[in-house]
Design a protein around this ligand. Sequence first.
Ligand SMILES: Cc1cc2nc3c(=O)[nH]c(=O)nc-3n(C[C@H](O)[C@H](O)[C@H](O)COP(=O)(O)OP(=O)(O)OC[C@H]3O[C@@H](n4cnc5c(N)ncnc54)[C@H](O)[C@@H]3O)c2cc1C
Length: 434
Amino acid sequence: MDHKIVIVGGGAGGLELAARLGRQFGPARVFLIDRDETHIWKPSLHEVASGTLDIHREGLSFMMLAKERNFTFVPGNVTHVDRERHCVQIAPYYSAQGQLVFDARELSYNTLILAVGSKSNFFGTPGAEEHGISLDSTAQAEHFRQQMLHELAAIARQREQNVSPEPVLHIGIVGGGATGVELAAELLEAINGLTFYGTRNIDPKKNVKITLLEGADRILSALPERMSVAAHGLLIERGIDVKTSIKVARVGPDSVEDDQGRVYPVNLCVWAAGIQAPQFLTELGLPTNRINQLVVDEYLRTPDPDVFAMGDCAQAPWLGSDGTLPARAQVAHQQAAYLAKVVAGRVSNGPPHSQPFRYKDYGSLVSVGHSRGVGSLMGVLAGKSLFVEGLLARIMYMSLHLMHHLAVLGFWRTASLAMGRLLLKRSTPRVKLH
Ligand SMILES: Cc1cc2nc3c(=O)[nH]c(=O)nc-3n(C[C@H](O)[C@H](O)[C@H](O)COP(=O)(O)OP(=O)(O)OC[C@H]3O[C@@H](n4cnc5c(N)ncnc54)[C@H](O)[C@@H]3O)c2cc1C
């Protein structure tokens, strides 16, 4: 009987793994399950939220990818894994119009790889889930974009009526990690763009205020201090209010309150303060940590020899350091390449893979708008890190997305897609307006 490989989650890591294995073993053996029909590169979600990236053009159809890369795509939300019977359980699947497409199903496996990513962690903060918008999915990013357009249109109407005092849209971003920083910068550019295309009577300097609230004493606290300083400077220079050492205690419909009782006016709140893995992982009888990540060893194995986990949903040791691997696309990308070899060995009944997964840190890059970035590249000069800034950092930042496309689509498709997008850019507005 064929060895069946089931990958749950077609994100940054899972899709690359499916594409690699599909090429080798074909659709009768390689199955990818995702709850969405379209793949999006998650680090682009802040651009979807600000309207500078159109999801209808950027998203890649899993069906198309499955045909191209020779795997079987199974749409659906996985709710449980029955490890004794070696099968995953998939919830009933409904079309966008609410019609039942598939009843609840099961899919059996010989090797299972869980790559279900992560979502926002609200840490039980009162009001955060209700009033904050997180950027975990394209639907949420689109929801934010539409709310923002709605609020800006209201401001434009008030200005037409000469309402006094001057109306202000307060956008609060809770969390000064890479997501929060990138979103703040992208929003500013998008709002400047919007006023250029349609709502000309809005003055972004007077009518929009973006505040970034960070709990630690510096933004980008997980990255080198020099990057924090550079990014902080760039944000301030662009008029973004950056507040550090602020512990948000409550989120309301029009404000955010910190643990000292200080209140910040916020009409639109984005929650980007931390992550957690999906809850169902804690119900599989496998060890998980306090943010629901499956605990794996240096071979990315759970204690069940047939179940592996990768990407944001896994807590994996960082060999050569005391810590665990960060939740980053770069990690998921490298783990996909590693697991492709491990799983190929299992399919061909070879000896167990003898090399553990070693993460190669190439550094960190953060985009601060469309033409600027900051970053530190590792091991460039005899093992030392190199600080990069400006357009060069932004171009390097985009290279991670390019590598993902190359792994998933191959060279020619990536090149034609890039060319197509470049041409489309010339005939469409810079910011999605509808
Ligand atoms: C706005 C933003 C900006 C970011 N910027 C960067 C950056 O600049 N650099 C960087 O390295 N990282 C960045 N990240 C983090 C990066 O996106 C993640 O680390 C990376 O996507 C993790 O890959 P993954 O494969 O583990 O999960 P994901 O890419 O999140 O994919 C998970 C997939 O699983 C599917 N799924 C989830 N649950 C189920 C289920 N129960 N059943 C079926 N399918 C399911 C989802 O639909 C999704 O397709 C950013 C994240 C965000 C949100």
